[in-house]
Design a protein around this ligand. Structure first.
Ligand code: KIV
Length: 264
């Protein structure tokens, strides 16, 4: 395995090779994903919900994403590391955005992701001009949950579809190396994927995107506060962990642990 870069990701689209992306927030998980050959590891601001238990992603801070990025970078050899820019780290000014993107790179990120299309196009260009690749994120953008009136599929109406198309074009023109398409009808995601040159990474956007991204806690069955339809569960680690912990608790209570082999 070799280090994955933006060039490899672009090539994957060119060659029709699908791009699997997963989130990680800590060293141990990043090492597992990296060794499994996941090409892109995303330090998503979803950390706020699945790691810290916040009710949405809006309270996630730069300090938190910096900490998670450092931990993930320590566990990653080959995957490309993309760090999410949290709410308020790029919306306030282009200067803030550049500085915060730079801070994430100093922690080990090799690219940053930020939400929005037309309205953040100048910000995306400015970060890229600094030498930092950017992944866009359009459609259902969780940092705009209050404006959208909840986690609602976007682009169902004609006017909205056009807006999302404009967003995709703006992110492409700004120079992003890829774009997340979240929560939109499959046929719209397909049209966007066919129309733009950069790889599209879908989440709740159907099968036609160039890649797919999911939150690691969701696919492993660790987080069950919400279970949107677009999630596929590949394991039930919550159940596995619960039964292991129950056995441990019983072992300690009954004096079965530690045994001779664990003692000095
Ligand atoms: O925060 C996150 O994990 C994300 C992905 C799910 C796209 O933005």
């Amino acid at each position: 395995m070799k280090k994955i870069t933006v060039l490899d990701i672009g090539k994957m689209k060119g060659e029709g090779e699908k791009i699997p992306v997963l989130t990680a927030y800590d060293y141990t998980m990043a090492k597992i994903l990296d060794e499994a050959g996941v090409p892109i590891i995303l330090i998503g601001d979803s950390a706020g919900m699945v790691f810290a238990g916040y009710k949405n992603t809006l309270s996630v801070t730069m300090d938190e994403i910096r900490y998670h990025t450092r931990a993930v970078a320590n566990g990653t050899k080959n995957a490309m590391i993309v760090a999410d820019m949290p709410f308020l780290s790029y919306q306030t000014s282009v200067e803030d955005a550049k500085r915060n993107a730079g801070l994430l790179v100093q922690e080990g990120a090799e690219a940053v992701k930020l939400e929005g299309g037309v309205v953040v196009a100048d910000t995306i260009s400015a970060i890229i001009d600094m030498g930092v690749p950017v992944m866009g994120h359009i459609g259902l953008t969780p940092q705009a949950i209050h404006r959208m009136g909840g986690y609602k599929v976007q682009g169902k109406e004609k006017k909205q579809r056009k807006r999302l198309f404009d967003d995709a074009r703006a992110v492409e023109k700004a120079g992003a190396f890829s774009v997340v398409l979240e929560g939109m009808p499959s046929d719209l995601a397909r049209e966007i994927t066919e129309a733009i040159s950069l790889p599209t990474i879908g989440i709740g956007a159907g099968p036609h995107c160039d890649g797919q991204v999911l939150v690691i806690h969701d696919i492993l069955g660790l987080y069950d506060n919400i279970k949107p339809r677009f999630i596929k569960r590949y394991a039930n680690l919550k159940e596995l962990i619960s039964s292991a912990v129950n056995v441990y608790v019983e072992d300690v209570k009954k004096g079965r642990f530690p045994g001779k082999e664990h003692s000095f």
